[in-house]
Design a protein around this ligand. Structure first.
Ligand code: GUN
Length: 284
Protein backbone atom coordinates (compact mmCIF):
# COMPACT_ATOMS: atom_id res chain seq x y z
CA UNK A 1 0.00 0.00 0.00
CA UNK A 2 1.17 3.53 -0.67
CA UNK A 3 -0.24 6.21 1.59
CA UNK A 4 -2.19 9.22 0.43
CA UNK A 5 -0.06 12.31 1.06
CA UNK A 6 -1.90 14.93 3.10
CA UNK A 7 -0.99 18.24 1.49
CA UNK A 8 -0.84 20.65 4.41
CA UNK A 9 0.45 23.42 2.20
CA UNK A 10 -2.66 23.27 0.00
CA UNK A 11 -5.04 23.00 2.97
CA UNK A 12 -3.35 25.97 4.62
CA UNK A 13 -3.60 28.06 1.44
CA UNK A 14 -7.32 27.28 1.21
CA UNK A 15 -7.80 28.23 4.86
CA UNK A 16 -5.89 31.50 4.38
CA UNK A 17 -8.17 32.36 1.46
CA UNK A 18 -11.21 31.84 3.71
CA UNK A 19 -9.57 33.88 6.45
CA UNK A 20 -8.97 36.71 4.00
CA UNK A 21 -12.72 36.91 3.40
CA UNK A 22 -13.27 36.89 7.19
CA UNK A 23 -10.75 39.71 7.61
CA UNK A 24 -12.50 41.72 4.88
CA UNK A 25 -15.86 41.27 6.59
CA UNK A 26 -14.38 42.41 9.90
CA UNK A 27 -12.83 45.41 8.15
CA UNK A 28 -16.28 46.41 6.89
CA UNK A 29 -17.32 46.60 10.55
CA UNK A 30 -14.29 48.76 11.29
CA UNK A 31 -12.35 45.92 12.93
CA UNK A 32 -8.73 45.53 11.81
CA UNK A 33 -7.22 42.59 13.62
CA UNK A 34 -3.72 43.13 14.99
CA UNK A 35 -1.17 40.53 16.07
CA UNK A 36 2.01 41.25 18.04
CA UNK A 37 4.84 38.72 17.78
CA UNK A 38 7.59 38.76 20.40
CA UNK A 39 10.83 37.06 19.51
CA UNK A 40 13.93 36.88 21.70
CA UNK A 41 17.44 36.19 20.45
CA UNK A 42 18.45 34.91 17.05
CA UNK A 43 17.46 31.23 17.05
CA UNK A 44 17.32 30.60 13.27
CA UNK A 45 14.31 28.23 13.51
CA UNK A 46 12.36 30.77 15.56
CA UNK A 47 13.25 33.50 13.07
CA UNK A 48 11.93 31.38 10.20
CA UNK A 49 8.69 30.56 12.01
CA UNK A 50 8.16 34.19 12.92
CA UNK A 51 8.82 35.32 9.34
CA UNK A 52 6.22 32.83 8.09
CA UNK A 53 3.70 34.03 10.66
CA UNK A 54 4.18 37.69 9.72
CA UNK A 55 3.91 36.84 6.01
CA UNK A 56 0.66 34.89 6.53
CA UNK A 57 -0.81 37.84 8.44
CA UNK A 58 0.07 40.17 5.56
CA UNK A 59 -1.54 37.83 3.03
CA UNK A 60 -4.78 37.57 4.98
CA UNK A 61 -4.98 41.23 5.97
CA UNK A 62 -4.13 41.00 9.66
CA UNK A 63 -1.85 43.76 10.92
CA UNK A 64 1.28 42.36 12.49
CA UNK A 65 3.94 43.92 14.67
CA UNK A 66 7.28 42.26 15.25
CA UNK A 67 8.88 42.97 18.63
CA UNK A 68 12.47 41.77 18.63
CA UNK A 69 14.63 41.54 21.74
CA UNK A 70 18.28 40.59 22.21
CA UNK A 71 19.03 37.18 23.74
CA UNK A 72 20.06 38.86 27.03
CA UNK A 73 16.83 40.83 27.50
CA UNK A 74 15.75 40.94 31.13
CA UNK A 75 12.63 39.29 32.43
CA UNK A 76 11.37 42.70 33.56
CA UNK A 77 11.80 44.28 30.12
CA UNK A 78 9.97 41.41 28.44
CA UNK A 79 7.14 41.49 30.99
CA UNK A 80 6.83 45.25 30.51
CA UNK A 81 6.51 44.73 26.75
CA UNK A 82 3.78 42.11 27.23
CA UNK A 83 1.90 44.42 29.57
CA UNK A 84 2.11 47.30 27.08
CA UNK A 85 0.70 45.04 24.37
CA UNK A 86 -2.06 43.84 26.72
CA UNK A 87 -3.14 47.46 27.07
CA UNK A 88 -2.77 48.38 23.39
CA UNK A 89 -6.23 48.57 21.78
CA UNK A 90 -4.79 47.95 18.30
CA UNK A 91 -3.50 44.55 19.33
CA UNK A 92 -5.89 41.59 19.50
CA UNK A 93 -3.38 38.77 19.77
CA UNK A 94 0.02 38.39 21.43
CA UNK A 95 2.43 35.59 20.64
CA UNK A 96 5.69 34.92 22.45
CA UNK A 97 7.81 32.72 20.21
CA UNK A 98 9.24 29.74 22.11
CA UNK A 99 11.71 28.56 23.20
CA UNK A 100 12.94 31.50 25.27
CA UNK A 101 16.55 31.71 26.49
CA UNK A 102 17.01 29.76 29.76
CA UNK A 103 17.43 32.83 32.00
CA UNK A 104 13.81 33.82 31.29
CA UNK A 105 10.89 32.33 33.22
CA UNK A 106 8.74 31.06 30.37
CA UNK A 107 5.74 30.21 32.55
CA UNK A 108 5.66 33.70 34.07
CA UNK A 109 5.92 35.39 30.71
CA UNK A 110 3.16 33.29 29.17
CA UNK A 111 1.00 33.92 32.24
CA UNK A 112 1.41 37.68 31.71
CA UNK A 113 -0.35 37.56 28.33
CA UNK A 114 -3.96 38.72 28.69
CA UNK A 115 -6.11 35.57 28.24
CA UNK A 116 -8.33 37.33 25.70
CA UNK A 117 -5.21 38.00 23.57
CA UNK A 118 -3.69 34.52 24.03
CA UNK A 119 -3.80 33.46 20.37
CA UNK A 120 -1.24 30.69 20.96
CA UNK A 121 -3.48 29.11 23.60
CA UNK A 122 -0.55 28.72 26.02
CA UNK A 123 -1.99 30.63 29.00
CA UNK A 124 -3.18 28.42 31.89
CA UNK A 125 -6.70 29.78 31.39
CA UNK A 126 -6.70 28.64 27.77
CA UNK A 127 -5.23 25.26 28.75
CA UNK A 128 -7.84 24.84 31.51
CA UNK A 129 -10.67 25.79 29.16
CA UNK A 130 -9.49 23.15 26.70
CA UNK A 131 -9.22 20.56 29.48
CA UNK A 132 -12.86 20.99 30.52
CA UNK A 133 -14.05 20.90 26.92
CA UNK A 134 -14.87 24.61 26.55
CA UNK A 135 -11.92 25.78 24.48
CA UNK A 136 -11.25 29.47 23.93
CA UNK A 137 -7.98 29.54 22.02
CA UNK A 138 -6.61 26.16 20.99
CA UNK A 139 -2.82 25.83 20.43
CA UNK A 140 -2.21 26.26 16.72
CA UNK A 141 -0.43 23.00 15.87
CA UNK A 142 -3.03 20.63 17.36
CA UNK A 143 -5.82 22.85 15.99
CA UNK A 144 -4.23 22.61 12.54
CA UNK A 145 -4.00 18.83 12.83
CA UNK A 146 -7.69 18.56 13.75
CA UNK A 147 -8.46 20.69 10.71
CA UNK A 148 -6.46 18.33 8.48
CA UNK A 149 -8.16 15.23 9.93
CA UNK A 150 -11.57 16.75 9.33
CA UNK A 151 -10.85 17.93 5.78
CA UNK A 152 -9.29 14.60 4.89
CA UNK A 153 -12.31 12.71 6.22
CA UNK A 154 -10.29 10.70 8.75
CA UNK A 155 -12.70 9.11 11.24
CA UNK A 156 -11.85 9.86 14.88
CA UNK A 157 -14.76 8.72 17.07
CA UNK A 158 -14.17 5.25 18.47
CA UNK A 159 -10.72 5.02 16.89
CA UNK A 160 -7.44 4.50 18.72
CA UNK A 161 -5.27 7.60 18.59
CA UNK A 162 -1.70 7.50 19.86
CA UNK A 163 0.20 10.71 20.55
CA UNK A 164 3.98 10.46 20.87
CA UNK A 165 5.12 13.36 23.06
CA UNK A 166 3.56 15.21 25.98
CA UNK A 167 4.54 18.84 25.53
CA UNK A 168 2.20 21.60 26.63
CA UNK A 169 2.14 23.08 23.15
CA UNK A 170 1.48 19.94 21.09
CA UNK A 171 1.21 16.53 22.80
CA UNK A 172 -1.15 17.32 25.68
CA UNK A 173 -3.58 19.59 23.79
CA UNK A 174 -3.51 17.16 20.85
CA UNK A 175 -4.55 14.30 23.12
CA UNK A 176 -7.35 16.41 24.62
CA UNK A 177 -8.73 17.39 21.22
CA UNK A 178 -8.73 13.78 20.03
CA UNK A 179 -10.43 12.75 23.28
CA UNK A 180 -13.08 15.44 22.82
CA UNK A 181 -13.74 13.96 19.42
CA UNK A 182 -14.34 10.57 21.03
CA UNK A 183 -11.09 8.82 20.17
CA UNK A 184 -9.56 6.37 22.62
CA UNK A 185 -6.30 8.15 23.32
CA UNK A 186 -2.89 6.88 24.41
CA UNK A 187 -0.02 9.26 25.16
CA UNK A 188 3.50 7.83 24.93
CA UNK A 189 6.54 9.68 26.24
CA UNK A 190 10.18 9.27 27.11
CA UNK A 191 9.40 6.90 30.00
CA UNK A 192 7.04 4.65 28.03
CA UNK A 193 8.94 1.31 27.95
CA UNK A 194 7.83 0.15 24.51
CA UNK A 195 5.88 2.75 22.50
CA UNK A 196 5.58 0.39 19.52
CA UNK A 197 3.16 -1.82 21.49
CA UNK A 198 0.78 1.12 21.45
CA UNK A 199 1.56 2.67 18.07
CA UNK A 200 1.01 -0.63 16.24
CA UNK A 201 -2.68 -0.48 17.14
CA UNK A 202 -3.09 3.24 16.38
CA UNK A 203 -5.61 4.27 13.72
CA UNK A 204 -4.26 7.80 14.10
CA UNK A 205 -0.62 8.27 15.07
CA UNK A 206 0.68 11.74 15.91
CA UNK A 207 4.46 12.00 16.29
CA UNK A 208 5.50 15.11 18.22
CA UNK A 209 8.80 14.23 19.87
CA UNK A 210 11.48 15.98 17.84
CA UNK A 211 13.61 12.96 16.99
CA UNK A 212 14.57 12.21 13.39
CA UNK A 213 13.14 8.92 12.05
CA UNK A 214 11.73 7.91 15.45
CA UNK A 215 8.75 6.22 13.82
CA UNK A 216 9.65 3.34 11.53
CA UNK A 217 7.37 1.21 9.37
CA UNK A 218 7.29 -1.55 12.02
CA UNK A 219 5.56 0.83 14.44
CA UNK A 220 2.64 1.64 12.15
CA UNK A 221 -0.65 -0.19 11.69
CA UNK A 222 -1.42 -0.83 8.01
CA UNK A 223 -3.81 1.86 6.76
CA UNK A 224 -3.25 4.22 9.70
CA UNK A 225 -3.25 8.01 9.41
CA UNK A 226 0.23 9.23 10.38
CA UNK A 227 0.69 12.88 11.36
CA UNK A 228 4.27 14.10 11.65
CA UNK A 229 4.85 17.19 13.81
CA UNK A 230 8.64 16.80 14.01
CA UNK A 231 10.97 19.40 12.54
CA UNK A 232 14.47 17.97 12.57
CA UNK A 233 17.55 18.67 10.49
CA UNK A 234 19.33 15.80 8.79
CA UNK A 235 23.15 15.80 8.90
CA UNK A 236 23.09 17.37 5.43
CA UNK A 237 20.76 20.15 6.57
CA UNK A 238 17.42 18.93 5.18
CA UNK A 239 14.21 19.48 7.16
CA UNK A 240 12.63 16.13 8.11
CA UNK A 241 10.07 14.91 10.62
CA UNK A 242 9.92 12.27 13.33
CA UNK A 243 8.61 9.72 10.84
CA UNK A 244 10.83 7.72 8.50
CA UNK A 245 8.73 8.87 5.58
CA UNK A 246 9.40 6.50 2.66
CA UNK A 247 9.03 3.16 4.47
CA UNK A 248 6.13 4.39 6.61
CA UNK A 249 4.30 5.67 3.50
CA UNK A 250 4.34 2.06 2.25
CA UNK A 251 2.32 0.97 5.29
CA UNK A 252 0.15 3.95 6.27
CA UNK A 253 -3.15 4.90 4.69
CA UNK A 254 -2.39 8.61 4.78
CA UNK A 255 0.58 10.65 5.96
CA UNK A 256 1.71 14.26 6.34
CA UNK A 257 5.07 15.15 4.80
CA UNK A 258 7.76 17.34 6.38
CA UNK A 259 8.03 20.00 5.11
CA UNK A 260 4.60 20.84 3.73
CA UNK A 261 2.38 19.00 6.22
CA UNK A 262 1.59 20.28 9.68
CA UNK A 263 3.87 23.36 9.63
CA UNK A 264 1.82 25.52 7.23
CA UNK A 265 -1.35 24.63 9.16
CA UNK A 266 0.16 25.90 12.42
CA UNK A 267 0.75 29.28 10.80
CA UNK A 268 -2.73 29.47 9.24
CA UNK A 269 -4.35 28.56 12.56
CA UNK A 270 -2.50 31.37 14.27
CA UNK A 271 -4.06 33.84 11.84
CA UNK A 272 -7.46 32.20 12.44
CA UNK A 273 -6.99 32.65 16.19
CA UNK A 274 -6.00 36.31 15.73
CA UNK A 275 -9.16 37.00 13.74
CA UNK A 276 -11.20 35.16 16.36
CA UNK A 277 -9.59 37.23 19.11
CA UNK A 278 -10.45 40.41 17.22
CA UNK A 279 -14.08 39.49 16.72
CA UNK A 280 -14.52 38.22 20.30
CA UNK A 281 -12.83 41.22 21.86
CA UNK A 282 -14.71 43.80 19.85
CA UNK A 283 -18.10 42.12 19.70
CA UNK A 284 -19.67 45.05 21.56
N1 GUN B 1 7.68 27.27 19.14
C1 GUN B 1 7.39 26.13 18.48
N2 GUN B 1 6.10 26.09 18.13
C2 GUN B 1 5.54 27.23 18.58
C3 GUN B 1 4.22 27.76 18.50
O1 GUN B 1 3.27 27.18 17.97
N3 GUN B 1 4.06 28.98 19.08
C4 GUN B 1 5.08 29.64 19.70
N4 GUN B 1 4.80 30.81 20.28
N5 GUN B 1 6.30 29.16 19.79
C5 GUN B 1 6.53 27.96 19.22
Amino acid sequence: MTARIIDGKAHAAALRAELKATAENLAKRGIHAGLAVIVVGDNPASRTYVRNKVRACEEVGVLSQLHEFPADVTQEALLASVRDLNADPRIDGILVQLPLPPHLDEARILAAVAPEKDVDGFHVQSAGALLIGAPRFVPCTPAGIMYLLEKEGIPIAGRHAVVLGRSNIVGKPMALLLLQNDATVTICHSKTPDPAIHTRSADILVAAVGRLNLVGAGMVKPGACVIDVGTNRTPDGKLRGDVDFDPVAEVAGSITPVPGGVGPMTVAMLVANALRAASLRRKD
